[in-house]
Design a protein around this ligand. Structure first.
Ligand SMILES: Cc1cc2nc3c(=O)[nH]c(=O)nc-3n(C[C@H](O)[C@H](O)[C@H](O)COP(=O)(O)OP(=O)(O)OC[C@H]3O[C@@H](n4cnc5c(N)ncnc54)[C@H](O)[C@@H]3O)c2cc1C
Ligand code: FES
Length: 274
């Protein structure tokens, strides 16, 4: 699990988004768009889930935001260093077929997660419109790659520092007002995906979201990633990570995803690493 390549995609006020290519021939052989891996940086560490952004013959590409202890530690690894463990591909792959006109909405580091799906949907003959959103210009990633993987690309920034000022869901609403679309697919912060659910519901368009629920084992054993979908308990890691947006109990998910915040801060402080 050696790191073959490393690139800093963005660095804004110390928050970096990092791309790494990791030697993992068996995962590369089987991975499909929408799937993820769980990795351990070191023997004592926790397992964290990351989306498989690209697969090459013998390696996979991961893109991560340095959000807390483990991703910051991973960001310190360099070309030639090896990860302690990695398991995958995990989760269900995205349904790739001809839908017709599709909009993909990516927010923040969620942009990395829509990239493989956009590529595959375009290859399947869909007309692919991509909407990307970032807090500010310096946090925007994969613009060139997604221009290539789409038929139309729209970019918004919260602060107006690049392209249009606003939120992805404003652009989504305008597109749905003007034209008919067959599917919306979205990955990003939970409040953004919740808003995508509301907007698409009002236009009666099917929307799929890929949830970043908190995970521990990522293989269906601990129940940490549970989410209520259509009134039933589902495990994001084995039943998802994609679900139909309008069926999700968003309020419950928002509460569950904050549950360890104090402890995560405490761990960072304890280790005095960052
Ligand atoms: C299926 C799946 C795929 C993912 N793919 C990617 C990816 O491709 N790139 C990427 O950067 N991140 C991705 N994530 C999120 C990533 O797993 C978390 O950012 C990571 O686990 C945080 O660990 P940490 O120890 O660095 O931060 P922590 O100290 O654990 O957390 C730091 C902050 O991030 C929040 N956080 C922690 N875990 C998650 C999570 N799972 N989702 C959202 N917020 C979280 C915490 O509440 C806290 O506010 C994915 C999550 C899932 C479930
Ligand atoms: S992370 Fe443990 S069941 Fe999904």
């Amino acid at each position: 699990m050696k790191i073959l390549n490393k690139k800093i995609l963005s660095d804004f006020q110390g928050v970096r988004v990092v791309s790494i290519e990791v030697f993992a021939p068996q995962i590369a052989l089987k991975a499909s768009p929408g799937q993820f891996i769980a990795l351990m940086v070191n023997k004592e560490g926790e397992r964290i889930p990351l989306t498989i952004v690209e697969r090459n013959k013998e390696s996979i590409r991961l893109i991560f935001q340095e959000a807390g202890f483990t991703t910051k530690l991973l960001g310190r690894f360099n070309v030639g260093d090896s990860l302690y463990a990695m398991v995958g591909p995990l989760g269900h792959a995205t349904e790739i077929k001809f839908f017709g006109r599709v909009i993909l909405v990516g927010g923040g580091v969620g942009i990395a997660e829509i990239y493989p799906v956009a590529k595959a949907l375009k290859e399947a003959g869909n007309n692919v419109t991509v909407v990307l959103g970032a807090r500010t210009k310096d946090l925007l990633i994969l613009e060139d790659e997604l221009k290539e993987a789409s038929s139309q690309l729209y970019i918004v920034t919260d602060d107006g520092s690049y392209k249009r000022k606003g939120f992805t869901t404003d652009a989504l609403k305008e597109l749905l007002e003007k034209d008919k679309y067959d599917l919306v697919y979205s990955v990003g912060p939970i409040p953004m995906m919740k808003k995508v659910a509301d907007v698409t519901k009002s236009f009666n368009v099917k929307a799929i979201v890929s949830l970043n629920a908190l995970m521990v084992d990522a293989t269906g054993m601990c129940g940490c990633c549970r989410v209520t979908v259509s009134g039933e308990t589902k495990f994001s890691c084995i039943d998802g990570p994609e679900f139909e947006a309008k069926e999700i109990d968003w309020e419950e998910l928002i509460k569950r995803n904050c549950v360890y915040q104090d402890k995560e801060k405490h761990i960072c402080n304890l280790n005095k690493l960052f």
